[in-house]
Design a protein around this ligand. Structure first.
Ligand SMILES: [Zn+2]
Length: 278
């Protein structure tokens, strides 16, 4: 499932290929992709508008339009945004096509159809996209200071792994990067957030920024199923740098002593080194 670094890579692609372009025509196939509103709402909301910017908050892509509305794209499990010259053969599961005025087409492709495309009024976000209004700070696009993180950790009193996954606390981190961040911070996933020494809070703060920044530089992580790709269909390379995620049973490369362990909590797999994460 695409997380902050993957969605940020897609955002950069949209910045390059979509911003400044006018949408001349829109096709919507699968109605499930536009279930939040309707096929008609997405077609009418996008047609003859110009995309003025490409933003991201957490895992949400937000593209303001010159009509005053915004286009929201959420990739969820398997969504992809691809760009191709008009007339190119489309892959299966292409549910939305925007014909741009430079002769390119923007495709929303989604085999599992959990993803969403919505045109909404940003002045009415609490009603039209309530979960967006409730998102916590995004460590990259909003910044997340040590002071803010410390206040989150001390007031939420939760286990670190589920806290990092909680989009209302911090936006954008999912299962892969939560595991990698906790490993870099040398903290066990089941530590309680309000019982960390100050030095551990500082390590966690540093690890959040370091891991997410490095993963963005690598274009995100593309796992075996290859569902996540950028606008040109290229995968990322950060999976090669995963220290714990997907490495259960392997020797920990960080300490060279421990063995990576995999546990399951709240139906999510968690990977950590019991030797260097305390
Ligand atoms: Zn280790």
């Amino acid at each position: 499932m695409p997380e902050l670094p993957e969605v940020e890579t897609v955002r950069r692609g949209l910045d390059r290929f979509a911003v400044g372009r006018r949408v001349e025509r829109v096709e919507v196939g699968r109605e499930r992709t536009v279930r939040r509103t309707s096929r008609r709402a997405v077609i009418d909301g996008l047609t003859d508008t110009t995309i003025t910017a490409a933003h991201r908050r957490g895992k949400y892509l937000l593209l303001p339009l010159d009509s005053g509305d915004e286009l929201m794209i959420h990739l969820r499990m398997s969504g992809q945004v691809l760009v191709a010259p008009a007339g190119t053969d489309r892959p299966p599961h292409t549910h939305v096509v925007a014909h741009l005025d430079d002769g390119n087409e923007l495709w929303f492709v989604d085999p599992r159809t959990f993803g969403e495309v919505v045109v909404f009024d940003p002045t009415n976000v609490e009603v039209e996209l309530p979960e967006l209004a409730r998102l916590g700070p995004d460590p990259i696009s909003d910044g997340l200071s040590l002071r803010e993180l410390r206040s989150l950790l001390r007031t939420r009193k939760r286990l670190l792994k589920p806290l990092l996954l909680d989009q209302h606390a911090i936006a954008g981190i999912g299962n892969i990067y939560a595991d990698e961040i906790l490993h870099a911070a040398r903290l066990r996933p089941d530590r309680l957030s309000d019982e960390l020494p100050t030095a551990a809070e500082r390590r966690l703060h540093g690890a959040i920024h370091e891991i997410l920044t490095r993963a963005i530089e690598a274009g995100g992580s593309t796992l075996g199923d290859a569902q996540y790709v950028d606008l040109l269909g290229e995968g990322g390379s950060y999976q090669d740098d995963h220290a714990v995620y997907g490495r259960a049973g392997e020797r920990c490369q960080t300490c060279g002593v421990g063995w990576i362990r995999r546990t399951v909590s709240a139906q999510r797999s968690t990977h950590f080194c019991p030797r260097c994460q305390r």
